[in-house]
Design a protein around this ligand. Structure first.
Ligand code: SAM
Length: 171
């Protein structure tokens, strides 16, 4: 089974609390199996664990001190999402979309060497937006939208409804 890991570079616990949480939620929801932070943040790990308890799945969040070594040693495709990168469609034609991937997203400016360490520097459009949207669009394309049919188990299940809210299970 393909494993997709998201490496979140440069998370600043106070400043990026919300956006890194959203990166994790997007990663979990759209098919990644884990997210790795380069700054320790136990509170964030706890928040994501709570979501996983309620909505299921095996998604994990962890922390690595030496992200360069992690990336260097990774056996799979190393993909850096950046607005300066090449067109996603062009890169996707040269990528094995079934293989394990480490997908790197930044917060502030990323270290220049990341461009060299990555197998692909991919732009989800060459305009600035956000790591959250870039990751969501990337995962949707790579997984061919499989997330929509995924059943992650968990204590809670939202029943699709045209109006109103139907939630099965108990908190
Ligand atoms: N100002 C930073 C820089 O110059 O690198 C970028 C900050 S941006 C808010 C944070 C992250 O969002 C980037 O590191 C990148 O991973 C992602 N991102 C933003 N726009 C993107 C795009 N058009 N394509 C791919 N990734 C993008």
């Amino acid at each position: 089974m393909q494993m997709i890991t998201v490496l979140r570079l440069g998370h600043r616990p106070e400043r990026d609390k919300r956006i890194t949480t959203h990166v994790a939620l997007v990663a979990r929801c759209f098919g990644a199996s884990s997210m790795i932070l380069t700054t320790r943040d136990d509170a964030l790990c706890g928040r994501i664990r709570k979501v996983a308890e309620n909505f299921g799945g095996d998604f994990t969040v962890s922390y690595v001190h030496d992200w360069r070594k992690l990336l260097r040693d990774f056996q799979g495709l190393k993909i850096h999402l950046t607005m300066y990168g090449e067109r996603f469609t062009d890169a996707a034609n040269r990528m094995d979309l079934q293989t394990d991937m480490m997908v790197v997203v930044g917060s502030e400016k990323v270290p220049p060497e990341l461009y060299e360490m990555s197998d692909f520097n991919i732009a989800i459009g060459n305009q600035p937006h956000s790591e959250v949207s870039a990751l969501a669009l990337f995962l949707d394309r790579v997984t061919h939208g499989k997330w929509e049919a995924a059943d992650t188990g968990g204590k809670l299940k939202i029943v699709p409804a045209a109006r109103g809210k139907t939630v099965l299970g108990r908190r």
